[in-house]
Design a protein around this ligand. Structure first.
Ligand SMILES: C[S@@+](CC[C@H](N)C(=O)[O-])C[C@H]1O[C@@H](n2cnc3c(N)ncnc32)[C@H](O)[C@@H]1O
Ligand code: SF4
Length: 495
């Protein structure tokens, strides 16, 4: 921390230190609200996986209460050419063609079964956006990708207006990058998401990213040359050996490239990722809590200076443009609107017909079930009106603003009546403000958005989380990797 105070008064680092000091975050730490990478959960869904149970998939697709025919699709490719040391997502390293083909066959079967079940209820549905994510969808060959997308077009209404995003790993620049990006462009893909993480060769090397900073830039430039007009860059902070100077340089490079949007992630550390070992043996190589907050403020300040808007649910910074859509992420950022998200593949989660459910995060079991024409649903939960109201609060607060009238009218419930003492505590700590009838995160609150948002869970979900010890140990590990929300420890600080 002292190191970064030596910098020039007008620098991004110095300015961000002032914002940190003005917000006096130590008061929040004293209240017990901390941000620790080993116990950090990004709040982008509700309720948490730990509160879910086995579920009969027939319930999900019968009697559609949510009659909206507008759906977003997510297609998961859990394959990578290697393992980045910070990654805890379920993925298979260096898969053979046999496994990829088996998986593609299974995912097509899953799409066919689900499309049929929905069609029986709602008729043919129209797809607003599709996101191919991973793992690395770039492990699919040109032929495999075209075949999968072609099959999806037979099952759903996918029109020229449908936004299609593919997640790109910059390593492709070393192999078939040009051919793949051209294939995406020629097959109606409208948006690319480039997993860049950091513009620093040393950190890229020690985290086993398998590409350099220059190659990430090259991948971006190639995509622009081929014609892509909508490109997002993913960045990741709190990495080992990261300093404010390296982060400033990363932000300057990223915003200097003028992508259409940038997503920044705070690195979460789970037992299953190789970095877990490293933080235990060499904690000094990791940024401390103060620095991690500083990186976040630097990002917000740099984005503001570049004229990007901050969409807080996923720390997504968007260049405002007229007549330009970013539907997938926009729908993500508008989860309170309950847009139906249908996901396919091993280890994904969906939000459909007021159910939230997960597919089994085990590729062999996933394929075996589909071979028997059974859906690979693992755990799920039906959201009662009360839970949908809580979901709107949790995700609304995380997004930075809860429109009180809109939510109260939709669910016929009163926010103050339900949450009076919690709101008072959060307002007293200066984390929430009431602005023109909306409940908003304050500047300080934005720094603890995940931790504040989870406080709005219902007592019922808290009770379910408390009973989590009853789970089998094998399941516990799987759940730990897939748990995107705080558990009881993370919830108790304001009780
Ligand atoms: C699941 S990855 C897939 C992207 C693609 N395979 C790649 O690496 O380029 C999607 C994004 O998650 C983020 N991510 C990866 N590991 C993370 C972690 N431990 N904590 C938070 N975000 C992480 C990275 O920014 C990454 O681009
Ligand atoms: S970060 Fe991306 S490439 Fe790296 S292991 Fe995770 S999914 Fe694979």
């Amino acid at each position: 921390m002292k190191e970064c105070r030596k910098t020039n008064q007008n620098s991004l680092i110095e300015k961000s230190i002032h914002v940190m000091d003005d917000n006096n975050i130590k008061d929040i730490w004293l209240a017990g609200i901390r941000r620790d990478p080993k116990n950090y959960h990004i709040t982008v869904m509700y309720p948490p996986l730990k509160a879910m149970k086995e579920i009969d998939e027939n319930q999900i697709f019968s009697r559609f209460e949510n009659q909206s025919k507008k759906f977003s699709l997510y297609i998961h490719m859990p394959f990578c050419t290697g393992k980045c040391i910070f990654c805890y997502f379920y993925q298979i390293e260096k898969p053979g063609q046999e496994l990829i083909n088996r998986y593609l066959k299974a995912i097509k079967k899953e799409i066919q079964i689900v499309a049929g079940k929905i069609q029986n209820q709602l008729g043919r549905i129209s797809i607003q956006s599709i996101f191919f994510g991973g793992g690395s969808p770039t492990v699919l060959s040109k032929k495999q990708f075209k075949n999968l997308l072609g099959f999806m077009k037979e099952q759903f209404d996918i029109s020229k207006e449908t936004e299609i995003t593919v997640e790109i790993h910059p390593e492709i620049i070393r192999n078939n990058g040009q051919e793949l990006i051209e294939t995406y462009y020629d097959n109606q893909v409208t948006r690319l998401n480039i997993g860049t993480q950091i513009f620093d060769d040393h950190i890229l090397k020690i985290t086993n990213r398998r590409h350099t900073a220059a190659e990430a830039k090259q991948a971006y430039e190639l995509a622009r040359k081929i014609g892509f007009e909508n490109i997002n860059i993913d960045l990741l902070y709190s990495l080992p050996d990261l300093t404010p100077e390296i982060w400033e340089n990363t932000l300057n490079t990223a915003f200097g490239m003028e992508p259409d949007s940038i997503t920044t992630y705070f690195m979460a550390i789970r037992k299953c990722s190789p970095i877990y070992q490293m933080i235990n043996t060499s904690p000094g190589r990791f940024p401390d809590e103060y620095l991690n907050h500083l990186f976040r403020i630097m990002t917000i300040e740099r984005a503001k200076a570049a004229g990007y808007e901050h969409r807080k649910l996923i720390d997504w910074f968007v260049k405002p443009r007229e007549n330009f859509h970013y539907l997938h992420q926009q729908n993500e950022a508008r989860k309170t609107k309950e847009i139906q998200l249908l996901s396919f593949g091993s280890g994904v989660f969906s939000y459909v017909n007021n159910y939230q459910y997960y597919n089994i995060p085990d590729i062999q079991r996933y394929c075996d079930l589909l071979q028997k024409v059974q859906l690979p649903v693992w755990k799920g939960i039906y959201l009662s009106e009360e839970e949908r109201f809580a979901r709107a609060m949790v995700l609304g607060v995380k997004s930075g603003k809860v429109n009180t009238n809109e939510i109260e009218n939709k669910f016929k419930m009163n926010i103050r009546e339900k949450y009076d003492s919690l709101l008072q505590k959060l307002e007293k700590l200066g984390l929430l403000d009431e602005v023109n009838g909306s409940i908003c995160l304050s500047e300080k609150g934005v720094l603890f958005a995940d931790e504040v948002a989870v406080q709005f869970m219902t007592p019922d979900i808290r009770e379910k989380l408390g009973k989590n010890d009853l789970l089998h140990s094998i399941e516990k590990d799987l759940i730990e990797n897939y748990n995107f929300m705080y558990d009881m420890d993370g919830l108790s600080f304001l009780q």
